[in-house]
Design a protein around this ligand. Sequence first.
Ligand code: ADP
Ligand code: MG
Length: 273
Amino acid sequence: MSELVISDLRARVGEKEILKGVSLTIRSGEVHAVMGPNGSGKSTLSHVITGKPGYVVTGGSVTLDGVELLELPAWERARAGLFLAMQYPTEVPGVSLEAMLNASAIEAGRDSAAVHEAIAAEAARIGFDPALIVRPLNVDLSGGEKKRNETVQLGVLAPKFAILDEIDSGLDVDAMRAVTRRVEEATNNADAPLGVLAITHYKRLFEELEPDHVHVFAAGIIQTSGGAELAAELEETGYAEWVDTVESRDGFAAFDNPFGKTTFAEDLHLHEG
Ligand code: ADP
Ligand code: MG
């Protein structure tokens, strides 16, 4: 049994504080859903936990079985058992999925031939085109293929904890079912049940993947938590109840306005200037 403990986590990007004290404990086999408005900091949370550069942690801790992850580079966090399925998977020209997984497997002391077989088996399991295994990682893949690609990695690497950042985006109904079923199976693996932090906007992610806890994340903190019923409720009501602050209204305006934080008039002026 493993435990990922996020405690009063605070972080900023540039001068902007995005995480304002996030606390969450995930145990092996548990599925925690994090739902919240666009721009609230969900991806930031996933990046800070996994160690993407560019964020300044200003407080709190993230431990995996007592080991402080925030002091480790991203690759050591991965080796400790953490996995991120990225919202926007990175394209890596010149490196295939197979080469990447092989390198991490060898580093972890696993047998290369077994990994080769595992990749093929995982691809077949979720309907990932085997031709893509040897193509450059994520290059020219459709949105859905990228998400299946992430899921193949998850299956082969068999981490202790996985953060799924909008793994449902870009997936059609069949792919969604295949991917979420695969993750659910990993959470039920008797030997080493996967713990999951699943970021999403839609309760459809939870048709196959059963959430134990649903958290509303807005304005940098977890505002409230509940059971699976909360996901359905949120899809009905939205997040208005939790974003009714000046700060988050500004955030929404920036998101809704295609010209960003400037007004339309200012933007015209900027382009003229
Ligand atoms: P979500 O995933 O909930 O939609 P994000 O975590 O992607 O939100 O972003 C939260 C806020 O932080 C947004 O206002 C976004 O513009 C800002 N942000 C995130 N990453 C960066 C960055 N690298 N540089 C500047 N601003 C960033
Ligand atoms: Mg995001």
